[in-house]
Structures are given as structure tokens and as C-alpha cells.
Design a protein around this ligand. Structure first.
Ligand SMILES: Nc1ncnc2c1ncn2[C@@H]1O[C@H](COP(=O)(O)OP(=O)(O)OP(=O)(O)O)[C@@H](O)[C@H]1O
Length: 756
């Protein structure tokens, strides 16, 4: 029987991606296989062939139990991948088929990773690094990035930084600055990205300099001859290229800055090896053990991800911690699996093909890293400066362009009166429209935050349940393979059904928010048009002004009128500053909430790990035991502080008597109790209920001048996520043990389902 592995083209094309800016797109990891040619001294017996540009054939006896016939006949197996490169494939073809399409994506703000996988001597370094005459993917990709940068318009500022490191025996070294010794790996403050502390980032815009840096890095890499490969890379080499673009854009009279930031990771893994095959001993054997350990951790992650496991352990090795984003995060990823065609390497080739096959089932959520910077702040400033310019223009006209005193008008004073009324009314209209624009912007910002919040809740739920981040509610469903990961009881099924319903609701709410965003964007565009028409009317009136002003009293009167307008503009500026501060407060509240969630997840992981260790009667090393004690002291201190700081009845935080913090998150709305803000920024409850951000309060007398306030058209229920979407209920028989107040972990007997 011929076996096919799944595998289909992964790529969504760049333009398609580019159009859908804000929504994460689910995308399969792309898997390519490259078969290297036989090297000198290798036996010409081939066990592996490229049958087409997608199929590899491995001549292999089937070892499946019971299939005696196949075992005897050794019927070949076929494997299907996104793309297969045969023995005679060129460096250029491999680059064009795997990495070149990613360059455009990186320039559009998508993260990307290419990594070479395979047994030792299978050709990974040849593909990734290459030689001066046959440069590999790293050089070609950097070259293309610089070429593309040269074609960008002048208003785009472009910077490229690169770092190059190796992981050797579980130690990280800076290949561009090897004298710095071993470097530490740390999760960044947001808990999202992993950072290598002290790693040198070179900023460059010259291809020659990049080549020199790469050359320098490769020379510093740990390479040793082994029986399997004369120049065997004993380390994983990771080249990271960060591309930042800052684009200045003119929008009407305003300037806007758009930032794009993307990282391209190119990784040449050390080869997996069998001690027997490589005939290694001593130092080589120890290296091999480290290499195998990290590759085993990588293999475990690939297995878990492809089977839809609920929990994927990236922390077993530095390599998997660094590859976490490439395997399950916001990143377009290509894996190039390398195999030798030689019969003697059949076992390694089979392993590689199986891993590649599993990797083919992994999906990521890709999203553009594009941000509009200071859009709202600069916009408010522009509004105020527009108003001030207008006032000063009018003043100049009055003083500089006096009509000759001989000029008289029979009906001068009545003309002037009507002109003055027109000026006042267009000015008021402009103020009203500008206020409306400010409120629409405020509301749009609120909707953006609500959408971001909803996305993060959905993605948090998805990752905690290890479901795919589906692009639409219709496509929701359980991932194949999940059933094998954990046994389900009835309670689990009920939970699942409830959670699916909650997720559908969350998606529906997100769709509603998107619709609101579109509606408000249209309203904003029409307000902009109205404002432009008003400005033109006002300019026409200004042109009439000098010829109409006849006496000093009239001039005085108009000066007073301008002063009133000036004060109104100042007032508006104060309001806008207040609004900006409110946005900032809200943003920080969201950030705190996110940290809080991350902390809760970490607490849960620690508690479960301790439970596992206790069940397995594992004796902890003293230093780890110390860390746990420290952690427990911290938890107690935090619980004490929390209980003193939070008004339990009003905050929505849920405490049960003596049982500490219950994992149930309160609804977002109650976690942003507006009353908790300082008086300066406090709004009335009804303001808050109407909008994610309160509209600027309008005093009754100003209302008349400014026109009616814009009423938000979306209900709070739409903006706040459903509680069930963020709270995965723990089945009663799986309630976690908690750390008891005396600092020891309670045993299962004391904290089983019945006792809690
Ligand atoms: N596509 C290819 N064309 C020609 N020669 C190749 C090709 N791939 C690999 N080779 C040669 O095979 C040998 C082993 O390749 P390479 O060093 O790239 O393997 P590797 O997978 O990086 O091994 P290790 O994991 O031990 O570092 C080298 O001599 C290399 O030049």
C-alpha cells in the first residue's frame, strides 16, 4: 500500500495578506524537502528519489505490525509535501521556491522563519549558508531585502538590523561578538517575545557589510569533523534580520506615521545523529547528546502541535523556546527538511520525512505588524492648530488689509453685520464639525481597543484549549487528533459545548465591532467632507472682510469676536488633552489585565507541575525547592495586597472564604470600574455605558454652539467579551490543588473535588 502524507500549499499570497490588515490569518507551516546529491565516497545505492516536485519516494520495508507481505516485498512509501527539490536542484531554485516569497511578506510587516532540518551531513548548511560561489538562503534573502528597500518611495525610512547566534551544548553565543561569552534567554516584559540578553544587533544598509558579518559569524561557529560529515556544524545557528519601516503619509492637511516591523529568522539546525553511525566519542558524543536533546524537544513540539495537543512544552530546550513563535505564533514559517538519497542513511531519512510530514499539519496565526503612531494625539493637535491659524489669518486681514479711508458704503454697517453673522455661524459650524470628528476618533479608538481585547480573549481561549484560531465562526470545530490527548468525561463535553457557544458569541461580537468600525469610518469621512465645504465657505467670507471693515469700532467688535473664538479653541484643546489621557489610562488598564492573565496562567502551570512532581514522588533539587518557597511567599504577599486593595464587592474579583483567588475572571466591564479612576477622568455611568470611551462632556450652553454630540451606536454588551469566553471551567474531577497557607502544597487527599 502506498502511503501519502497530507500536505498542501500553505501560502496565502502576499497581496491577499496585505489587504486583510487587522485580522490574523490561519496559515499552514510550509514544508519543503531537499534531497542532496551523493557525496564522494558515498555508496551509489539510492533509497530515496524525488518522484515529482511534490512527492518523495522512500524504498523501505514496511515495519507495520502484521503486514508480512509488505515487509517481505519492501514496497516503497511515498510522501507528499508542499515542494520537493531533487538532487540536481540549484541553490537559486531552493531559495526561490521557499524563501523569496517571504521577503515581500516581511516588507509588508509579517514575521517569517525559515529553518533547515535534517540528519547530520544531509545538506542543511549548504542550503542555508552555502559557499561564496553558491551562496545559500541567508545571503540571498538579505540581498533581496536590500534590493527591495532601494525601490521603496522616498517617504519611507528603512532600517535593517541583524543578529547571529548559535546554540551550542545548550549555551547561547553571539556569533558576531563571540567574546561576550554565554548569553541568557528571557521572556520579555509582555511575556510574548523571547529575548536574548546582550545579543549584538548590527544596523546596516549595505549588502557588502552583511556579507562580511555573515562570514565573520560563520567562522565563529562551532564546526568539527565527524565520521558522518567533515565539516559538521555542532551547533544550531540562528540569523535574525529585523526590518523596520517608517512611512510618513499626508492625510488631508495632517501627517501620519505608519510603522511596520517584521523579523525574518533563518536557522541552520545542527544535524540529528546516531552515536553508532557517527562513531563519536568523548566531546563529540556529549555534543551529540545535547543536539539530540534539543532536536527531540523540537520533535516533541512538532508532534504535540500536529496532534492538536492542549499543552505544548517549549521550555525543554533553548531552541524550542526560541522557535516558539515560528511554530505556533504570529509567523509565516517554512521548514526545509534535508535528506540524503543514500541507502545507508535510509533510517535517518525516514525519520526526517516523518517529522516533515507532521510539521505539515501545523498552523500559525499570521498578522501584520503595522501600527499607526500617535495618530489621535497628532490629530487633536492639528485640529487645534487649524483653528488657531484661522483666527490669526482673520486678525491679519483686519489689521493689514484696511481699506482706503475714502471708501464708503451707504449700507456699510448692515452689510458688515450680516457678514459678521455669517463668519460667526461658519466658525461655529467648523467647531461643531471638529468636535464631531474628535468624538468619532475617540469612538473609533475605543472600538479598536475593544476589537483588540476581543482578539486577545479569543486567542487566549484558543491557546489554552489548543484549538486553531479560526478565521470565522463557521469553521469552528474540534481539531482532529485532540481526542487522543486526554480522556473526556461528560462534564468535559458539557464544558466543550458551553465553550464553543461562548466562542461563537465572541466571534459574533467581534464581527459586530468590525461592522461598527466600518460604520464609524464612513461617518468620519462624511464629517471630513462637510468640514472641507465649511472651510471653503469660511475662506470666501474672509476674502470679503478687508473691503467691508470701515470703522475702528467695527474692527474692535470683530477683534472681540475673534477672542471668543480663540478661547473656545483653547477650551477644545484642554478637552482633547483630557481625552488623550483617558485613552492612555484605558490602554494601561488593558495592559495590566493582560499581565494579570499571564500571571494566572503561570500560577496554574506551576501548581500543576508541583502536583505532577508530588504524585511522582520526585525529589526536587534544593535550589528549585528554594525557588518554589520564594514563589509561595510572593503569592501570599500578592494575595494579601490584593485583598487589601480591591473592594471585593464592587470589583468583580471573586474570593471564596478562605480559598483564595478563584480563577473566574470578572467581565471586562467590571474590571474597569470607572469609579476607580481619579476624579479628573471620571465620567458618568451613562457615558460609560454608551461608549467604550466616553464622549467629551458637553456643557448645556456649549451644546448650542457646537451642535449635538455624536452618540455612540454600539451597545456595551457588544463591546465587552462574554465571561464564558475567558473562563474555562475546570471539570469538577480536575480541580487543581492549591498551595496551602502554611507554605506547603496540599496533597490530593485534602484538595480533591469533594473538599473544594
Ligand atoms: N545540494 C548539494 N549540492 C552539493 N553538495 C551538497 C549539497 N548538499 C550538501 N552538500 C555537501 O554535503 C556535505 C554535507 O553538507 P552540509 O555540511 O551542508 O550538511 P549539514 O546537514 O549541514 O550537516 P551537519 O548537520 O553535520 O552540519 C558538504 O560537503 C556539502 O557541500
Amino acid at each position: 500500500m502506498t502511503q501519502y502524507s497530507s500536505g498542501s500549499g500553505s501560502s496565502t499570497n502576499s497581496n491577499e495578506l496585505d489587504d486583510r490588515v487587522s485580522r490574523p490569518i490561519e496559515e499552514k507551516l510550509m514544508v519543503a524537502v531537499r534531497i542532496r546529491p551523493l557525496v564522494p565516497d558515498e555508496s551509489p545505492n539510492r533509497a530515496l528519489h524525488a518522484v515529482s516536485n511534490k512527492i518523495v519516494l522512500l524504498e523501505d520495508a514496511d515495519t507495520e505490525k502484521g503486514d508480512i507481505l509488505r515487509q517481505k516485498r519492501g514496497i516503497p512509501k511515498q510522501y507528499l509535501y508542499d515542494i520537493v527539490f531533487g538532487e540536481d536542484s540549484t541553490q537559486e531554485a531552493v531559495y526561490e521556491g521557499t524563501t523569496k516569497p517571504l521577503i515581500q511578506d516581511v516588507l509588508h510587516g509579517y514575521n517569517a522563519t525559515v529553518f533547515a532540518y535534517g540528519a547530520t551531513g544531509a545538506g542543511k548548511t549548504h542550503t542555508m549558508v552555502g559557499s561564496p560561489t553558491e551562496p545559500g538562503i541567508m545571503v540571498r534573502a538579505l540581498n533581496d531585502i536590500f534590493l527591495a528597500a532601494g525601490e521603496l518611495p522616498e517617504n519611507v525610512e528603512f532600517t535593517v538590523t541583524m543578529s547571529y547566534m548559535e546554540i551550542y551544548n545548550e549555551n547561547i553565543r553571539d556569533l558576531l561578538n563571540p567574546s561576550t561569552g554565554y548569553l541568557e534567554l528571557r521572556d520579555d516584559a509582555r511575556g510574548r517575545n523571547i529575548q536574548v540578553i546582550g545579543l549584538t544587533e548590527f544596523s546596516t544598509n549595505s549588502t557588502e557589510e552583511v556579507m562580511q558579518l555573515l562570514h565573520k559569524g560563520n567562522k565563529a561557529r562551532t564546526v568539527e569533523p565527524t565520521a558522518a560529515n567533515k565539516t559538521s556544524s555542532r551547533s544550531h545557528a540562528l540569523l535574525s534580520v529585523t526590518v523596520k519601516q517608517s512611512e510618513q503619509m499626508q492625510e488631508g492637511e495632517r501627517m501620519r506615521t505608519r510603522l511596520k516591523r517584521a523579523r525574518l529568522f533563518m536557522i541552520d539546525l545542527a544535524g540529528s545523529e546516531r552515536a553508532k553511525q557517527t562513531k563519536n566519542h568523548g566531546k563529540r558524543l556529549q555534543e551529540g547528546a545535547h543536539i539530540n536533546r534539543s532536536l527531540l524537544a523540537l520533535g516533541n513540539c512538532i508532534n504535540a502541535l500536529s496532534a492538536g495537543a492542549r499543552y505544548v512544552n517549549y521550555r525543554d530546550s533553548k531552541l524550542t523556546r526560541l522557535l516558539k513563535e515560528a511554530l505556533s505564533g504570529n509567523c509565516r514559517t517554512v521548514m526545509i527538511a534535508h535528506v540524503s538519497p543514500a541507502g545507508v542513511h535510509k533510517d535517518e531519512s525516514r525519520n526526517t520525512l516523518i517529522y516533515a510530514d507532521r510539521a505539515n499539519k501545523i498552523s500559525n496565526k499570521v498578522e501584520r505588524n503595522v501600527f499607526d503612531v500617535n495618530y489621535h494625539v497628532s490629530q487633536y493637535r492639528n485640529i487645534i492648530s487649524d483653528l488657531k491659524n484661522e483666527i490669526s489669518r482673520l486678525r491679519n486681514k483686519m489689521t493689514d488689509e484696511r481699506p482706503p479711508f475714502t471708501e464708503t458704503f451707504a449700507d456699510g454697517s448692515s452689510n458688515l453685520k450680516s457678514l459678521r453673522e455669517k463668519i460667526v455661524s461658519t466658525f461655529r459650524e467648523q467647531m461643531r464639525l471638529r468636535r464631531k470628528l474628535m468624538e468619532l476618533d475617540s469612538h473609533l479608538l475605543g472600538l479598536n481597543m475593544a476589537a483588540e481585547q476581543q482578539h486577545s480573549i479569543i486567542s487566549q481561549w484558543e491557546s489554552s484549549n489548543n484549538k486553531l484560531y479560526k478565521g470565522s465562526r463557521e469553521s469552528m470545530g474540534r481539531r482532529p487528533g485532540t481526542e487522543n490527548v486526554e480522556e473526556f468525561d461528560d462534564r468535559d463535553l458539557i464544558d466543550e459545548v458551553e465553550e464553543d457557544a461562548a466562542m461563537q458569541q465572541a466571534w459574533a461580537e467581534l464581527a459586530e465591532i468590525n461592522r461598527e468600525q466600518e460604520r464609524y469610518t464612513e461617518l468620519r469621512a462624511s464629517a471630513e467632507r462637510e468640514l472641507e465645504a465649511c472651510r471653503q465657505r469660511s475662506a470666501a467670507l474672509e476674502d470679503e472682510l478687508p473691503s467691508r471693515i470701515n470703522s475702528d469700532e467695527e474692527r474692535e467688535l470683530l477683534a472681540l469676536m475673534l477672542r471668543v473664538h480663540e478661547l473656545e479653541a483653547d477650551k477644545m484643546m484642554l478637552q482633547s488633552e483630557r481625552l488623550v489621557k483617558q485613552h492612555e489610562l484605558r490602554r494601561r488598564e488593558l495592559l495590566i489585565l493582560r499581565y494579570d492573565r499571564q500571571r494566572q496562567i503561570s500560577d496554574e502551570i506551576i501548581t500543576r507541575q508541583r502536583q505532577l512532581m508530588e504524585d511522582g514522588r520526585i525529589i526536587l533539587p534544593a535550589d528549585l525547592q528554594d525557588l518554589y518557597s520564594m514563589y509561595q511567599r510572593e503569592i501570599h504577599a500578592a494575595a494579601y495586597t490584593d485583598s487589601n486593595l480591591i473592594d471585593v464587592s464592587s470589583s468583580g474579583y471573586n474570593y471564596s472564604s478562605g480559598s483564595g483567588f478563584i480563577r473566574k475572571l470578572p467581565p471586562i466591564s467590571s474590571r474597569f470600574p470607572y469609579e476607580n479612576l481619579t476624579n479628573d477622568f471620571r465620567m458618568t455611568k451613562s457615558d460609560w455605558e454608551q461608549s467604550p470611551l466616553p464622549p467629551i462632556p458637553e456643557p448645556a450652553d456649549v451644546e448650542q454652539v457646537m451642535g449635538p454630540a455624536v452618540h455612540p451606536l454600539v451597545s456595551p454588551a457588544v463591546l465587552f467579551p462574554p465571561i464564558s469566553a475567558v473562563t474555562r471551567k475546570i471539570p469538577r474531577n480536575k480541580i487543581l490543588r492549591r498551595i496551602s497557607s502554611d507554605g506547603n502544597m496540599s496533597s490530593g487527599r485534602h484538595f480533591d473535588a469533594n473538599n473544594t
